[in-house]
Design a protein around this ligand. Structure first.
Ligand code: 26Y
Length: 824
């Protein structure tokens, strides 16, 4: 009987139309007469959502009965972008939807673009989490994501008079992709104090009492795999005043405002995503967010485990918890608290369970991005957790003391507590001590963490605790969805779309390097993608760019270590060179469009100055009649996931030019190459592995190596700093006011000329300029260029996030896929 009644999804165009119309008319209560694109988006989304939900329920049921280990991916950021297009492709019904929407009078692209990006992340780390969810579902891993349901995601960026202005991103007006679970709420405690009690067995137990309670309410988002029935769950927690807490006393006594105030304070916890990327600010509210989310997630995980009635010792056989950077480190402490204080396990046994459950991925070596929380702040907010941290530390230091009895300084160096004023809790150390594996995200980065921040820990635990898992990207979104024509062309040559789930299959493309028609079509697709981007640029900035010009793109968060300043100073150098050329010389030059995009953290003044310099240079260059099409400089406002889907397929060359040793991996480098663009880059992060895969002749590398950076910095500070002569001319032009009031750029220039040039802009400038000249040369031979592009794409198989997830599953999580039985 159940089988007969269980819901079925649409499969035909007519059914899709019926479902869409039904949702518009009944769920949304709108008449078809005024069904605009937004209503069509809403109706179509609800129709697809129904389909996902059916598989989602089945998947959850399957996972519950399977009785096997699950992965829990804890991340403060999930930069998902849009869901409808992804859902259409994953269930394999985009063509059906396109035809159905056409019948209803809509273009599918217009409908898809109605959706507001889910922008619950800053940049690479958050987007990596989203790619991982896609791969875990596609590979049928029983996996859950846990995060926060921010009311405001990353701010919207407007460029006003050449300056960044931040606008709040309120995105929840209509979100068909989330399901509130008001029945799943968890009480989360803050503040209060710890007392000691004797339990029935006479054991001394810690009791955390008093303080305040906030409710965590679950919101679930379905994560469909690509053409598999597995539909996993992303659970996002939202904060709400606790019913028990809501002060009815105040309410009744007429102090209505104060009582609503309490409510708002509770809701503040999940209100806003912190907009800093790789820049730690130590705000108490952020610590509150972290604990709120860790505690709710662990409560949920532990509750699910307890239903199995297994012994606690089996916990790590059923549960793997992956920490996306140190942001969820409190989960380690919280599990120890649950096991010892609430479940009565012995400390040592509990700690063994904790260590076997957790693993930690590090995403940075830069000191300014490492999380440290002040001991007094933590004492006040989480008194019991601080005690546990001290106990973990004391036992750890005793172990180290036994192992290295003569090395007193070692104890100071590796202590979780930094003896500063105030004392600080070093979260990366706590995460390392509480995990069984620690990984970096690209080979160079994984080597660097072993020789820098975790050097002592390698001595203590041995090298096997530390490993590498090079990042990857999902080819579904970043090739098939963003570049459908290229995906289709590749499929036509490879005889199907298997490459989308086994990206190494791309290597067969090398057989077609002599296929004229194939190459011609490839080139036409690139050109069409550039035309589309040019259209976006003229629509949004008013600047007309020539799609035949070389498109040179740098889009990512603005940060000094990523060196957008190097790029724009290089552009100025190009401009000055053009100005000095004769008309004859100019004719030989390949036209260029320099495209920038990315957000600056609102409090990062230097990053904002870089944006302003780019815009000011654009203002001058784009209106200079001498220059014409030879050079255009544009700033694309509000770079986000859906803009990336337009920008990435349109590059000829993209810039990944961080100071060597600073960019842990980078992932947009992979996206650009996968879409048939070449890259100019430093020997940093995953650029190194990309070079190994595509071959040195297919990438433009420049600059100093990571191993030399320290010496160069030392020389700047203690030797004599010598400014690169070409760069000096660039600074002279800026100081002469060539790009408006020079005072606005004084600090930017002097960070290089007078304050140590920490990011080695001057040291790398000459090499950068010369390498760009090589790019110009190479681009002149379009045939050879095309061959580089196709060869590179064919060698990108390694960078699928599927490969990456398989490595985590085998080396770190020890989980198996749960493949559903074949249906007939
Ligand atoms: C502590 C807090 C302020 C903080 C917030 C966000 C610290 C760091 C971050 C975000 C870091 C991030 O996005 N890191 C990037 O992770 C990518 C995925 O591994 C890497 O590819 C990229 O190189 C790295 O910068």
């Amino acid at each position: 009987a159940w089988k007969k009644h269980s819901a079925q999804g649409f499969t035909t165009k007519e059914q899709f139309e019926d479902e869409t119309v039904r949702h518009v008319e009944t769920t949304l209560a709108r008449s078809l007469f005024n069904c605009d694109e937004l209503a069509a988006y809403s109706g179509a989304s609800l129709a697809f959502r129904d389909r996902l939900v059916i598989e989602w329920n089945k998947t959850q049921q399957r996972q519950t009965f399977a009785d096997q280990k699950r992965v829990y991916y804890l991340s403060l950021e999930f930069l998902m972008g849009r869901a409808l297009d992804n859902a259409m492709l994953n269930v394999g019904l985009k063509d059906v939807a396109r035809a159905g929407l056409k019948d209803l009078g809509f273009r599918i692209e217009d409908v898809i673009s109605q959706e507001h990006d889910a922008a619950l992340g800053n940049g690479g780390l958050g987007r990596l989490a989203a790619c991982f969810l896609d791969s875990m579902a596609t590979l049928n891993y029983p996996a859950w994501g846990y995060g926060l349901r921010y009311r405001y995601g990353i701010f919207k960026q407007e460029i006003v008079d050449g300056y960044q202005v931040e606008v709040p991103d309120y995105w929840l007006d209509f979100n068909p992709w989330e399901f509130p679970r008001h029945d799943i709420t968890v009480d989360i405690q803050f503040y209060g104090h710890v007392s000691r009690h004797q339990d029935e067995d006479g054991k001394n137990v810690a009791v955390w009492e008093g303080g305040e309670i906030v409710d965590a309410v679950a919101y679930d988002v379905p994560i469909p795999g690509f053409q598999t029935p597995t539909t996993n769950n992303l659970r996002l927690w939202s904060s709400k005043a606790s019913k028990g807490e809501f002060d009815f006393q105040k309410f009744n006594s007429g102090d209505y405002e104060a009582s609503v105030g309490d409510q708002q304070r509770a809701e503040t916890i999940s209100a806003v995503l912190y907009p800093n990327d790789n820049l730690e600010r130590g705000k108490e509210l952020r610590l509150k967010q972290q604990y709120f989310w860790c505690a709710a997630s662990l409560y949920d995980i532990v509750r699910r485990f307890k239903k199995s009635k297994k012994a606690w010792s089996a916990f790590p056989d059923m549960v793997a918890i992956q920490l996306n950077d140190t942001h969820p480190t409190l989960a380690i402490v919280e599990l120890q608290r649950i096991l010892v204080d609430l479940e009565g396990l012995d400390w040592v046994e509990a700690w063994g369970i904790v260590q076997n459950t957790f693993s930690y991925a590090n995403h940075t070596v830069m000191p300014e991005a490492l999380e440290k929380w002040s001991v007094p702040v933590m004492q006040n907010l989480l008194p019991r957790h601080l005690q546990i941290i001290y106990e973990v530390n004391s036992q750890f230091l005793q172990m180290v003391e036994k192992q290295f009895p003569k090395d007193r300084d070692m104890l100071r160096r590796v202590s979780i507590i930094e003896e500063s004023q105030p004392k600080m809790v070093r979260m990366a150390y706590l995460a390392t001590i509480g995990s069984h594996k620690v990984n970096g995200v690209a080979e160079l980065h994984s080597d660097l963490i072993k020789s820098t921040i975790f050097k002592d820990f390698v001595e203590i635990y041995g090298p096997d605790k530390f490993t590498n898992v090079t990042n990857g990207i999902t080819p579904r979104r970043w090739l098939h969805q963003a570049n459908p024509r290229l995906s289709e062309l590749i499929a036509s040559k490879l005889g199907g779309y298997e490459f989308l789930t086994d990206l190494t299959k791309l290597n067969k493309l090398e057989h077609f390097l002599d296929d004229k028609d194939f190459k011609k079509e490839w080139q036409e697709i690139k050109y069409a993608n550039k035309v589309r981007l040019a259209q976006h640029i003229v629509n949004t900035t008013g600047v007309r760019v020539n799609p035949k010009a070389l498109f040179d793109i740098q889009v990512k968060r603005i940060h000094e270590y990523k060196r957008q300043q190097l790029n724009i100073l290089g552009v100025i150098h190009r401009y000055l060179t053009i100005k000095a050329m004769s008309a004859e010389e100019r004719k030989k030059l390949a036209p260029r469009v320099s495209i920038f995009g990315g957000k600056a953290a609102p409090g990062y003044w230097m990053a904002k100055t870089v944006i302003h310099l780019v815009c000011s240079v654009g203002e001058v260059v784009n209106n200079d009649k001498d220059v014409g099409d030879l050079l255009k400089v544009v700033y694309i406002e509000d770079y986000n996931v859906s803009k990336a889907e337009i920008i990435t397929p349109a590059s000829d060359i993209s810039e990944h030019i961080s100071t060597a040793g600073t960019e842990a991996s980078g992932t947009s480098n992979m996206k650009f190459v996968l879409n048939g663009g070449l890259i100019i880059g430093t020997c940093d992060g995953a650029n190194i592995e990309i070079t190994r895969e595509v071959g040195e002749s297919n990438i433009f590398l420049f600059g100093n190596l990571a191993e030399d950076v320290e010496d160069l910095r030392h020389a700047h500070n203690y030797g004599s700093f010598k400014l690169d002569p070409d760069l000096a001319k660039v600074f002279d032009a800026i100081k002469d006011g060539a790009f408006g009031d020079a005072n606005r750029f004084t600090a930017l220039c002097s960070s290089i000329t007078d304050h140590g040039d920490y990011y080695l802009v001057s040291d790398d400038f000459n090499s950068y300029i010369k390498t760009h000249a090589l790019v110009d040369e190479a681009y002149k031979d379009q045939d050879a260029w095309l061959e580089k592009c196709i060869t590179s794409v064919s060698r990108m198989g390694f960078f699928s996030s599927d490969r990456c997830i398989q490595e985590y599953a085998e080396m770190i999580w020890n989980v198996e896929p749960l493949v559903p039985e074949q249906r007939n």
